[in-house]
Structures are given as structure tokens and as C-alpha cells.
Design a protein around this ligand. Structure first.
Ligand code: ADP
Ligand code: MG
Length: 678
């Protein structure tokens, strides 16, 4: 019945059906579940609570016949005195002279318009005879429209669908859930969405669909997680624990408790016959590389190969160098990036195929079509969010089924983590290596530049180094560079010849970047002017000051990443935000930066300020869209739904327990997840 064509609805002809189809409404069911995008709520408040300049609704009795005055061509003003709560209120209406014939003394009308509290005057947009039946509020749905569709026509059709078809709507949630969470039935909730009797009823109908949507989404995530875990068996890595312990002993530091805990979680996954699909979150500087190195070594000890994939060449090179040092002669390591070309590349690919190479470090080049591993046991993907959802899938589709460890330094707020990465296990490094001093952060005006320069000079004289970050102008790489060059010239004027200034931007070749970075690492350059290309991962413990121009143009998470480039040694470090934000939100963001160095707190606050879609950047957000649920506001429901979904999938309830049958059928009939994730 519900899957009948919309043309069965009264008043829906061929043309209307076409128009509805353009709105993605084909069946009666589609129409019933076409929710309003919002509601016009008219609430009659006591006069004393009506705010100046706001749209309000008043009920009043006409005291005297209205007067109409004409002006200009065809323009008129109607004025009428009305009694509201024993006060005389002046009603003003423009260009509706005929209203005079309706507004007769002693009759009661409901007026909606803009309220002038000083003059006790209402400029009317809408009026209706009589007082509303429901004395407190009327709630009028607003629907998103397309093409020629008129709001009142769509409303009529939906009304018809609700009255003729809504009783066919079946419940899909087990009644135990409805009782436990006090949720209205699916049928009642649909009716309420379209024809709310009260704000209270509407709230509960929305609550029901919020939970339903989130539960369904989370169940799909959990099913996917289960499928990934169980898709390959026999991946259990057998490695020699003593050799692994020796390796860890050789580190120039002891692991933090968090590193130890996380390492154990990862090694457990690797030993198990399930495929690892784990996300490692740890703030900048929390020591993720060491954890990755241990996991990679375990895989090599088990006779397999490892791969470490990072987003930029510089980072690949840095990891290559530092891991070579860390591993010493234990294993053979190679670097594979976009600049590995020609014969060198061919030889390397052959060596990878022959398993002469144990560990390959590289960029995207690592997962290109012609790269074949003999036995890829583990792939570690650093700064995961930059790879996006699609690359995650590429890997699976290549037929490679290694254990996968994603690492990210962008702490992902929990709500996003369990929606976007709900199919993964999550480990968190929530402890910094001992002895780190939090980076002192200040927000300053450009006028203070001379003082900032003096401050930098003092520290450079002490042997320390400085980063100067130029804003990223997204539309134009050329402008970006000009800007960077300009700042570079200024810095040279100030610091040279006593000190050296370097410039780094996106237009340089990988070799040029590498050379400049190398000079900075060796302290041949004291001031490095750079666009955000240095954003991720690069480690120069001697750098203690970071100045960021136009800091208001960066996202909080990005600023935090940048700031993580300093404060890596044991000397006090500073981050100077040179910013002149215009709006309230911009100022708030700068303030947050100066108040906290905790990446997790920051990301939560960033999310609140920006909304989910913007958090990762629109394109690769992977954050699903819900019809009713809002993963930020409804995070409690999200947690509940997640827990319920985990239980349902773990206990296999969908297959075993008849009360879940309608839900199971629904999940099978409506499977949009694949499309949604792309
Ligand atoms: P991130 O998590 O940002 O990738 P890194 O792995 O680059 O952090 O580590 C940052 C720095 O901290 C490196 O110089 C690393 O050698 C050092 N480090 C890592 N773990 C520890 C530890 N347990 N104690 C002291 N220093 C550590
Ligand atoms: Mg790192």
C-alpha cells in the first residue's frame, strides 16, 4: 500500500507526479516521510513579553472602525485601534484598504506582524478572524520545495496521504525500545511531524526519528565492522616477543603509559585471527610514530612486510630518516614517493615484490596499481583524515587485506569518531611524554609586530629557532606565494645578515623543500617562513616560537596542528597568533586557542563553532547526513544508539530474535549506506 505511486493521492496528476519525482518523492511512503524542514510557530504571548522589533501574534477586539489614507500611486495605509489585554494597540496595515470592510468593531481578530513596543503598535503581515482554537500556539510545517510546487498544494497532498495511508505504517523498532525510551509509535510520529498538536508532541516525534535514524546507521556500521573483522581469517601474526622487547629497549626513551597501553591493544589485534581495523588518535607530539614502529616491527618479525603511508613527501622523508635510525640494522627500509622515478622506481618495486624490503615508507604512491607486495602484513596510515573515506576503500578494493592502523593527530570529537569511524576500533594516546611544557599561546594585533620581532631575536640569540606561518589563500596558489615572499622579504630585512631566513611554499619542488627543511633541521636557517606546507609531522625540537599571520583564517584544528611544531623540546615554547578577526565567532576561536592546548577539548569546541560538515572540510567529510538527527545536538541519542547497535550486532539479535524481524526487513530493503559514504 505504502509503495503505491503518489499518483494515487487525491489531486496528484501527471504533471504534479513529475514535479514530486524531482523532489525524490515517488511513492506514498516517500511523501509520508517527506518531513518539514522547519515550522512556523505562532505563539500568543502576553503583551508584556512581546519584544520590540520581533514578529509577534496578538489577539484583539476591534474598538473603532479603521481609517484608510491613500498616498502615492496605489499605496495606502490602514490604521485601526484594537483592545489587547485592556490596552489600546494600534494596528497598521499597508496596501490592503479592503481590510476595512472586515475589521468591524467588537469583532475579534488574530494579528501577526512586527511589534513596536514603544508605540504599542503592530505592523500587520497576516490577520485572521477569531482567536485560534488552540490558545497557546499554532505550529505550521514548512516543506522544502522544488520546481513549480506550491506550499499549500504540497501540504494538501501530505494531508491526504496522512489521512488515507498513515495507518499502513508499520512499527520497525521492538516495543521494548519504545517503552524504555518513551518513544511514540512510528505511525503516530509521522502524523505528528506533519500535523503537530503541540511543541511537546513534536519534540517526541523528532526524538523518535532521531533515535531510529541513529540506531539504523549504527547497526550498519557495526555490521560493517563485524564483516571487516571476519572477512579474512588466518591473519594472526606470530612474532618473537623477546625480539620485539629488545627493540623497544633500544629506544632513547621509555614508553609512556598511554603508549604502552595502546601498543598492547594493537599487538592483541595483530595476534588475533581477525583483521585489525584500528584508529589511533593522539595529540601532536604524543609519540604515535614509536607505536607505529613497534607494530611494524612485529609484522616484520612475523615474516611479513609493513608499509607506512603519509600525506606529504617531506613527511615521508622525515619518517624514513627517523625510522632508519630507530631500527638501525634490524630491517631493510625503503622510501617510495612520487619523486621515486624511472629505473630506481622499477628496481624498488621489484625489491618490494621479492620481499627484499621489509618496510616501505611513502606517500599515495604506495597504493598505486603497479605496487605489489609479496606479503603485506600491516599498513599504517598517518594523518588519516587527509586520505578520506575513498582511499580507505581503495585499499580494500585492491584486494589487499592487511591489518590497518590509521593514525591521526587531529583529535576527532567523539560524536564524529563514532559516526565517521564507527566501523573501526579506536585507541587513544591521551598522555604526553614527560617533561613537555605546554606551548604558551598569545593572540596579538599586527601593531605589536615590532615587539614580536624583538622577542624572536632574543630567543634566536639564545640558539633557538622560529617558524613564521603565512596564511593560505585557497583560491590562488600564486597569491599565496606572493604573500609568503613578501613576509620573507620583511623578515630578511630585519634578521639578516646576523641570522638566516628561509622560505618554503607549495610551488617548490620536493627536492627544494627537502633542502630547506634540512637546513632548518641543522639550524643553518633560524627563521623559516612558510605556508602551511609544514603543517604535519615535521620534527625540529629546537624551534620554540611560531608566529602565525592571519590566524583567523585557519580552523582551530589546523592552528593546533601548526602549534604542535613547537614545544617539542624541553625549552618553553610560544605560539603567537597575529589576528584581527571581525566576527564574534572568530574572536571566540582565538580566545579558545589561547586558553587550551588540549587537542581534544579544542576539537570539541571547534565542532560546536563550525558544525560537522566543516570539521573535516566539506569534500571528504564522510559525515553522513541525517534527515532529523543532528549528531552534535543529539550526541546523547547517538551514544545510546551506538550502545544498542553494538549489543544487537554482537548478540546477533537481528537473525535470532523475532522481535527484530521488522527492523531487519527494513535494513535489508533500505540500504543506502554504500552511496552515502561516497
Ligand atoms: P606524533 O604523535 O606527533 O607523531 P612523534 O611520534 O613524532 O609524535 O613524537 C614526537 C617526539 O617525541 C619525537 O621526537 C619522539 O622521539 C618523542 N617521543 C616519543 N615517545 C616518547 C616518550 N615516551 N618519551 C619521550 N619522548 C618521546
Ligand atoms: Mg606523527
Amino acid at each position: 500500500m505504502l509503495n503505491e505511486s503518489v499518483s494515487h493521492i487525491k489531486g496528484v496528476g501527471e504533471k504534479t507526479a513529475k514535479n514530486l519525482e524531482a523532489m525524490n518523492i515517488k511513492t506514498v511512503e516517500d511523501l509520508l516521510f517527506y518531513y518539514p524542514s522547519g515550522y512556523n510557530i505562532t505563539e500568543i504571548k502576553p503583551l508584556a513579553e512581546c519584544q520590540h522589533d520581533e514578529t509577534v501574534t496578538l489577539v484583539g477586539t476591534i474598538l473603532y472602525p479603521p481609517t484608510v489614507s491613500f498616498f502615492g500611486r496605489k499605496k495606502s495605509r490602514l490604521i485601526c485601534t484594537v483592545e489587547v489585554e485592556q490596552a489600546a494597540v494600534k494596528i497598521v496595515m499597508f496596501n490592503r484598504p479592503f481590510a476595512k470592510n472586515h475589521l468591524l468593531p467588537n469583532k475579534v481578530f488574530t494579528f501577526t506582524g512586527k511589534w513596536d513596543a514603544h508605540r504599542l503598535q503592530l505592523t500587520v503581515q497576516k490577520y485572521e478572524e477569531g482567536a485560534p482554537a488552540n490558545s497557546s500556539a499554532t505550529i505550521d510545517p514548512k516543506y522544502p520545495l522544488k520546481g513549480d510546487m506550491k506550499p499549500f498544494r504540497l501540504k494538501k497532498m501530505i494531508e491526504a496521504a496522512v489521512s488515507d495511508y498513515s495507518h499502513y505504517i508499520q512499527e520497525i523498532l521492538p516495543s521494548t525500545y519504545l517503552q524504555a525510551y518513551k518513544l511514540p509509535s512510528r505511525q503516530a510520529a509521522v502524523r505528528t511531524m506533519h500535523q503537530p498538536e503541540s511543541g511537546y508532541a513534536l519534540k517526541h516525534a523528532r526524538r523518535r526519528f532521531t533515535y531510529e535514524e541513529l540506531l539504523i546507521f549504527q547497526i550498519r556500521m557495526q555490521l560493517m565492522r563485524k564483516e571487516i573483522r571476519e572477512s579474512t581469517t588466518g591473519a594472526a601474526h606470530q612474532f618473537n616477543q623477546t625480539h620485539l622487547d629488545d627493540f623497544v629497549q633500544s629506544f632513547p626513551f621509555t614508553l609512556t603509559n598511554a603508549q604502552q597501553r595502546v601498543t598492547e591493544q594493537i599487538l592483541m589485534d595483530m595476534k588475533s585471527p581477525y583483521r585489525m581495523n584500528r584508529l589511533l588518535q593522539g595529540d601532536v607530539g604524543s609519540g604515535k610514530t614509536a607505536v607505529a614502529a613497534i607494530a611494524l616491527y612485529a609484522t616484520v618479525l612475523a615474516g611479513k612486510q609493513g608499509a607506512l603511508m603519509v600525506p606529504t613527501e617531506i613527511l615521508a622523508e622525515q619518517h624514513f630518516l627517523s625510522l632508519k635510525e630507530l631500527f638501525a640494522d634490524r630491517i631493510s627500509i625503503a622510501l617510495l614517493t612520487g619523486s621515486t622515478k624511472g629505473k630506481k622506481r622499477e628496481e624498488l618495486l621489484q625489491a618490494i615484490y621479492d620481499q627484499e624490503i621489509d618496510l616501505v615508507i611513502g606517500t599515495h604512491a604506495l597504493i598505486q596499481d603497479d605496487v605489489y607486495f609479496r606479503q603485506l602484513g600491516l599498513i599504517v596510515i598517518d594523518e588519516q583524515h587527509r586520505f578520506g573515506v575513498n582511499q580507505r576503500r581503495t585499499l580494500r578494493e585492491k584486494g589487499l587485506f592487511p591489518d590497518v592502523l590509521f593514525m591521526t593527530a587531529t583529535p576527532i570529537p567523539r560524536t564524529l569518531a563514532i559516526t565517521t569511524f564507527g566501523d573501526m576500533d579506536v585507541s587513544i594516546l591521551n598522555e604526553m611524554p614527560a617533561g613537555r611544557k605546554p606551548v604558551e599561546t598569545h593572540w596579538i594585533n599586527e601593531k605589536l609586530m615590532p615587539r614580536l620581532l624583538g622577542f624572536m631575536k632574543e630567543h634566536i640569540e639564545n640558539g633557538e629557532q622560529v617558524y613564521v606561518i603565512c596564511p593560505l589563500i585557497e583560491e590562488s596558489e600564486t597569491l599565496d606565494m606572493q604573500n609568503a615572499v613578501h613576509i620573507y622579504e620583511q623578515m630578511k630585512l630585519y634578521f639578516e645578515p646576523d641570522f638566516r631566513v628561509g622560505l618554503m611554499h607549495g610551488r617548490l619542488t620536493a627536492e627544494e623543500k627537502d633542502e630547506i627543511m634540512q637546513q632548518y633541521v641543522e639550524n643553518d636557517i633560524q627563521v623559516l617562513v612558510s605556508t602551511t606546507v609544514i603543517e604535519v609531522g615535521v620534527n625540529v625540537p629546537n624551534a620554540t616560537i611560531m608566529a602565525i599571520y592571519n590566524a583567523e583564517r585557519f580552523g582551530l584544528s589546523q592552528l593546533h596542528q601548526l602549534r604542535g611544531r613547537v614545544g617539542r623540546g624541553d625549552v618553553q615554547s610560544y605560539c603567537m597568533l597575529i589576528a584581527d578577526p571581525k566576527g564574534k565567532v572568530g574572536k571566540e576561536r582565538m580566545r579558545i586557542m589561547t586558553e587550551t592546548t588540549d587537542g581534544f577539548e579544542l576539537s570539541e569546541r571547534d565542532l560546536e563553532l563550525r558544525g560537522a560538515g566543516d570539521f573535516f572540510g566539506k569534500k571528504q567529510s564522510g559525515v553522513p547526513e541525517f534527515k532529523v538527527a543532528d549528531i552534535i545536538e543529539d550526541y546523547r541519542a547517538l551514544e545510546t544508539a551506538r550502545q544498542d547497535a553494538v549489543k544487537i550486532v554482537e548478540e546477533n539479535s537481528l537473525d535470532k530474535d523475532p522481535i527484530y524481524e521488522p527492523l531487519k526487513a527494513y535494513l535489508e530493503e533500505n540500504n543506502p549506506l554504500e552511496e552515502k559514504l561516497d
